[in-house]
Write a protein that binds this ligand. Structure first.
Ligand code: PLP
Length: 412
């Protein structure tokens, strides 16, 4: 009998085409056919200028280009270069460094951090909790490691805020059946909705998790995915919530996934970090050991040049200030596009998911695939999600952001 498959049982799964890259390709084909002006390509998860070209920070690119060859070419230590590991703590927390035991390990982007959290802090078959509007790779990473993803209802549309009771109910339910629980919260400037968990919601989530940790004695790991933190408002607005993690109890561990993809426009250089905020040094050292081991077991070491690009900034105030000035300029551009979209949505009577800041806005709808297909006919390309459409102001001019809501509303 002919053999048609050689893969092991755990790797057999349906082949699902990548909807983001697929739709993005269709948009590019339309641009080639009808011209860029005639097409709204709101599919891409990267900052693009008004002509649809990738935005990058000249300060960072120049710094990398001027690095000595040896710095570019050499291996980095497995856990990351020491200067990077120190400076990434400052880049991540800025003035809001939680009071606790903090360690960091370099990873290839924020994705690597998620992988390490899933592998090292859950048991085989465990369910991982995240919001029901979520970045699809969470599920991929969970399944790749023999774990499952469970979701809680993220929004109360009556109050335009987080459905904290739904979050609590799922945490309680999972703590009844598992000895440990990994929760992934992507905030501030969540992908795909742009929502940032508010201060009062954080206070409630924090108090509840501490209460559950004390009551059950089980191990609770909260992974905060801050991939968009540098485009989520001022340092104060985007980082104040870290204050919740002061003096954690021993069985509540906070992990933070930091990424240089957006904040330094180094998407393809694959650099980020997983950081921990732990109750004591033993838990922090254990974190560092297991994540370093996982680095060796998965990809060995990370991208040295990208690590230097960040570490050097924290040694050179002029270079750091040049990065911050550029970032501020593009953050203002993004805010203008977001405001244009939200204002035009209000005018058109188009309901969006609660929005705070960031790269994306989402529109809840019944049959996202059908609506997205209709919009393609009008040369408007958005990503259909399970529960709605994702529009990416990060990739579209202010003018097109203003135009799109009425076009979408037509099909809802
Ligand atoms: N988390 C979210 C929600 C994201 O959208 C992304 C990138 O799109 C990441 C994490 C990680 O990205 P990277 O691995 O490029 O740092």
């Amino acid at each position: 009998m002919a053999i048609h498959s050689m893969v092991a049982a755990h790797s057999k799964r349906p082949v699902v085409p990548d909807i983001i890259f697929g739709t993005s390709k269709e948009a590019q084909d339309a641009e080639a056919k009808f011209g860029k002006e005639a097409v709204i390509n709101a599919t891409i998860g990267a900052l693009m200028d008004d002509e649809g070209e990738l935005i990058f920070f000249n300060s960072v690119m120049k710094h990398i280009r001027e690095m000595p060859d040896a710095k570019l070419a050499a291996y980095a230590p497995i856990s990351g270069i020491p200067d990077y590991l120190e400076s990434v703590k400052h880049a991540c927390f800025k003035d809001f460094m939680p009071k606790g035991y903090i360690e960091a390990v370099a990873t290839p982007g924020g994705t690597g951090a998620i992988k390490h959290a899933v592998w090292n802090y859950t048991d085989m078959g465990d369910e991982i909790l995240t919001a029901n509007w979520y970045w699809a790779p969470y599920k991929t990473i969970a399944e790749e490691h023999g774990r499952k993803l469970r979701t809680f209802n993220f929004f109360n549309f009556e109050t335009n805020s987080m459905d904290v009771p739904a979050f609590k109910a799922e945490v309680e339910s999972l703590l009844k059946i598992q000895d440990r629980l990994l929760i992934i919260l992507n905030t501030p400037a969540h992908n795909p909705t742009g929502y940032s968990v508010s201060d009062s919601e954080w206070t409630e989530v924090n108090a509840f998790l501490r209460e559950k940790a004390a009551e059950t004695g089980k191990k609770i790991i909260l992974f905060v995915d801050v991939a968009y933190i540098d485009f989520a408002g001022t340092a104060e607005a985007s980082r104040r919530f870290f204050g919740n993690f002061d003096n954690l109890p021993e069985n509540l561990l906070v992990l933070v996934g930091y990424s240089m993809s957006k904040g330094y426009t180094l998407y393809g250089m694959r650099c980020g970090a997983i950081l921990c905020v732990a109750a004591n040094q033993e838990i922090a050292t254990e974190f560092k050991d297991v994540c370093s081991f996982s680095n060796r077991g998965a990809w060995s070491n990370g991208t040295r040049a990208a690590m230097h690009a960040l570490a050097d900034a924290y040694k050179d105030p002029a270079y750091l200030s040049a990065i911050e000035t550029e970032r501020e300029f593009f953050r203002a551009l993004l805010d203008r596009r977001n405001n244009a979209f939200i204002e035009a949505a209000k005018e058109a009577g188009l309901r969006t998911v609660p929005f705070t800041a960031g790269f994306f806005v989402s529109i809840p709808c019944e049959d996202p695939m059908a609506v997205a297909a209709k919009l393609k006919e009008d040369n408007l390309f958005v990503i259909p999600l399970q529960k709605g459409l994702r529009f990416a102001p990060c990739a579209v001019s202010e003018e097109k952001c203003r135009k799109a809501p009425a076009m979408i509303k037509k099909y809802l």
